[in-house]
Design a protein around this ligand. Structure first.
Ligand code: BGC
Length: 484
């Protein structure tokens, strides 16, 4: 791997950290904001959720932006906006300005969540593509973990300006990393800049860049510069569109952010009585495990493939959520084990608390090596070249929308059907997702982006090994187009 590719890896990692930090930090900052500005519930909800809404809009705009001005400038713009938004938040004199800051930051996170993985997916050689894009997920989990740590250090919440302002650092790092880099060879060629494409290929693959250039040229020869929205939704590409949307939505409705956002509350309900115990459980059992298990995906996504990891992860998620649901039945005293009531066995609720903790660790680990990284990887590799920018936007926006729905309604759902009912519902959705993946989602490991595109045209459904070409398979070569 060349130095350049390491830099691209650092860009995607930083974009992930920016996303994750912002996702994780708000719960700790809220206490101070609430008391400084004397806010009611609605305003607290707005301040929390407007980042997600901003991200939804950012994700939709980002596809067109990344197609028009390039992948790298789109990430650069996200970095600049992110710094602006973080400063506005940190200096906000009141709730209105703070909300505007949240929207700007959200918009930036949304743009980065589309443009950065797209940039990495197009830069990476296909044998490393999964690893590259999974690095994004590693960044997200690391950002969440750092945010939990910062929340723990500044526990009183009065330092909320510092908590929010600190996120500007990630924006600065992102810009500095991008300065020496250029756009993807694929984008240059599409933009009618063959010299830049050739020069960039030589930097990434010194030695055999000429052959790669010819391959890339052949593969892009008949491609329109920018497909219309009509083409994104055309029946021809319905299958990849549905797969991308399905993965994006299932990643959220199987409960991850309910647990990321409300972990403290869940641990409180499970019997961790002091706030310090709850925060520690959240930081280490959720935050740290999330980071570590993501490494499993990075190591195996290109070796074992996407589907085996997804299937194993979903089995782990469904099982652990069921266990959490059952232990909440005990915690709430709804189940009495024969004659052994919670009164006869005072430890029963405490034991159930520990079981909940262990089950949540299993859940987070299972998510982190499967749906977490692989959804982002697949969204960025399954779309045909002509519609890739916009289709990735649509799928990413669907992901943000589902994240917003789950985080907005989780507490109400718990009020309506209880903790156990809520976790059983997430478990059922994991099973539905599992069945859908087994039936509908093809394996993309080791295929070039062009081979994946051909797979939709051939309708080969991607049975095991179908069309797979291992070995020297790089992101921009067309199968069988080696001749000039
Ligand atoms: C999801 C986020 C989630 C994170 C948790 C990501 O893949 O898109 O919504 O918070 O994983 O690690």
């Amino acid at each position: 791997m060349t130095r350049r590719l390491y830099l691209v890896g650092a860009v995607i990692l930083t974009a992930g950290i920016l996303f994750g930090y912002d996702q994780g930090v708000i719960s700790g900052a809220l206490r101070g904001i609430e008391s400084d500005f004397d806010l009611g519930t609605t305003m607290v909800e707005v301040i929390t959720s407007f980042v997600t809404l901003g991200a939804l809009v950012g994700a939709l705009v980002a596809g067109v932006l990344a197609d028009r001005i390039g992948r790298r400038p789109a990430v650069l713009i996200a970095g600049v906006l992110f710094i602006v938004g973080a400063i506005v938040e940190a200096a906000a004199p009141g709730a209105t300005v703070l909300t505007i800051g949240r929207l700007i930051v959200g918009f930036a996170v949304g743009v980065a969540s589309v443009a950065a993985p797209l940039y990495a997916a197009e830069m990476a050689p296909s044998r490393l593509r999964g690893t590259f894009v999974s690095t994004y997920q590693f960044g997200i989990t690391f950002g969440i973990f750092v945010a939990y740590l910062v929340d723990e250090w500044l526990q009183s919440g009065s330092e909320w300006r510092l908590m929010l302002g600190l996120s500007a650092v990630a924006g600065v790092v992102l810009i500095v990393l991008l300065l020496p880099l250029r756009d993807t060879p694929r984008w240059y060629l599409k933009a009618g800049r063959p010299d830049d494409a050739a020069a960039e290929l030589e930097r990434i693959h010194p030695g055999d860049s000429e052959e790669r250039f010819r391959d890339l040229q052949a593969s892009l020869a008949d491609e329109p510069m920018e497909a219309t929205w009509g083409e994104v939704f055309s029946p021809r590409w319905r299958r990849p569109l549905m797969i991308g949307l399905g993965l994006a939505v299932f990643q959220q409705v199987t409960g991850i952010n309910a647990i990321i956002y409300y972990a403290d509350k869940i641990f409180a309900a499970a019997g961790f009585s002091s706030p310090a115990d709850q925060t520690a459980a959240t930081t280490w059992a959720i935050g740290a495990v999330n980071v570590l298990a993501t490494l499993i995906a990075i190591a195996f996504v290109d070796r074992l493939g996407r589907k085996p990891l997804l299937i194993a992860g979903l089995i782990g998620m469904a099982t652990s959520l069921t266990v959490v649901g059952i232990s909440f039945l005990y915690i709430d005293g709804k189940v009495e084990a024969g004659a052994s009531t919670a009164a006869n066995h005072p430890n029963l609720a405490g034991d159930a608390g520990i079981v909940t903790l262990v089950a949540l660790v299993v859940y987070i680990a299972s998510f982190a090596f499967s749906l977490g990284p692989i959804v982002w990887t697949m969204i960025n590799e399954i779309y045909p070249r002509s519609v890739r920018g916009r289709a990735v936007s649509v799928a990413t926006a669907a992901n943000w929308f589902s994240a917003w729905v789950v985080s907005q309604f989780f507490l109400s759902l718990v009020d309506a059907v209880g903790e156990s009912g809520t976790f059983f519902l997430f478990a059922v959705l994991c099973v539905v997702c599992l069945a859908w993946i087994v039936k509908k989602v093809p394996e993309t490991k080791g295929r070039t982006l062009e081979e994946i595109e051909q797979m939709w045209i051939d309708g080969d459904g991607g049975g095991p090994g179908a069309g797979v070409r291992e070995g020297r398979a790089d992101g921009w070569e067309q199968a069988g187009s080696g001749s000039s």
